[in-house]
Design a protein around this ligand. Structure first.
Ligand code: C2E
Ligand code: CA
Ligand code: CA
Ligand code: CA
Length: 274
């Protein structure tokens, strides 16, 4: 949002505030972050609740700036989206994630699949399917072992997202709906899209056992997934109570601090190899 004039509305004149200066500085740094090797990935295990078996990982991007330190994705992803840098960043993330799967494999660790987050902006260029196909052939990762995560709002508000998602499916890539239940959703899109997985948002998992509404929503999502033959995974699982609740209601897949924080690629090896 741009400010109209110096004496106009007083809400938000980024160029004049300290916040605006900070943002500009961050933006300048961010542009060079990839070439300066400041960007890397962490991997959060996804497990079967009853067996503890590893079913996959989610790749989560990290930015470590020499002066500013570790900057969380909630601070730089929106900035990258606003500036268009997300296209470069998203491509780097995807490539690195696929490459890592092959490296683990060579080191004797089989990770069944890797989930990678996509931003709406990455659908606006039209070339996303070619980009994904190129990365898969370059790294040699089987398409079925890549799962792309998109939110409901990406699907609903991005012009050609539906087309691209179908194209991605046609090259064998899997799709998950991230933060399910938090977006504006017409559930109708679910039956039109080749989706395999719903991820129950952490906000519904957090207060399980104290908030009956959140419990009801979690149960409803699990049921919906079941009846549509989708796998359902709960994110942000932190306690045994939450895990027990999920299991009791038919959800056997989870990701969260109870099982593991996001790990470096080396820590993944140390923890899961053999
Ligand atoms: P998300 O896709 O919902 O990712 C899950 C976030 O929840 C991660 O935060 C993860 O570290 C955190 N988390 C996992 N388990 C727990 C738990 O048990 N408790 C709590 N409190 N948190 C948990 P992170 O890594 O800070 O990422 C935040 C968001 O940034 C992600 O939310 C995603 O929307 C975005 N993001 C991260 N990496 C990428 C990326 O490569 N591309 C894009 N477009 N977005 C990304
Ligand atoms: Ca995600
Ligand atoms: Ca999520
Ligand atoms: Ca979430």
């Amino acid at each position: 949002a741009k400010a109209r004039g110096r004496n106009g509305f007083s809400f938000y004149a980024p160029s004049m505030t300290g916040e605006g200066v900070e943002r500009l500085r961050l933006e300048t740094f961010l542009r060079r972050s990839i070439e300066k090797d400041e960007i890397f990935l962490n991997y959060q295990p996804q497990v079967e609740i009853d067996t503890g078996r590893l079913i996959g990982v989610e790749a989560l991007v990290r930015w470590n700036h020499p002066e500013l330190g570790l900057i969380p994705p909630i601070r730089f992803i929106p900035l990258a989206e606003d500036t268009g840098f997300i296209n470069q960043l998203g491509k780097w993330v995807l490539h690195e994630a696929c490459r890592q799967m092959v490296r683990w494999q060579q080191a004797g660790l089989h990770v069944p699949k890797i989930a990678v987050n996509l931003s709406a902006k990455q659908f606006e260029r039209g070339s996303i399917v070619n980009m994904v196909a190129d990365i898969l052939s370059d790294t040699g990762l089987e398409p079925q072992r890549l799962q792309l995560e998109v939110t409901e709002s990406v699907i609903m508000n991005t012009g050609d997202a539906m087309v691209f998602i179908n194209d991605l499916h046609s090259i064998g890539v899997a799709l998950a709906i991230d933060d399910f239940g938090t977006g504006y959703s017409s559930l109708a899109y679910l039956k039109q899209l080749p989706v395999q997985t719903l991820k129950i948002d952490r906000s519904f998992i957090k207060d399980i056992s104290t908030d009956v509404n959140d419990e009801a929503i979690a149960i409803a999502i699990i049921q919906l997934g079941k009846s549509m033959n989708l796998s359902v995974i709960a994110e942000g699982v932190e306690t045994d109570e939450q895990a027990a609740f999920l299991l009791r209601h038919g959800c056997n897949l989870a990701q969260g601090y109870l099982y593991s924080r996001p790990l470096s690629s080396d820590d993944m090896l140390a923890r899961w190899q053999k």
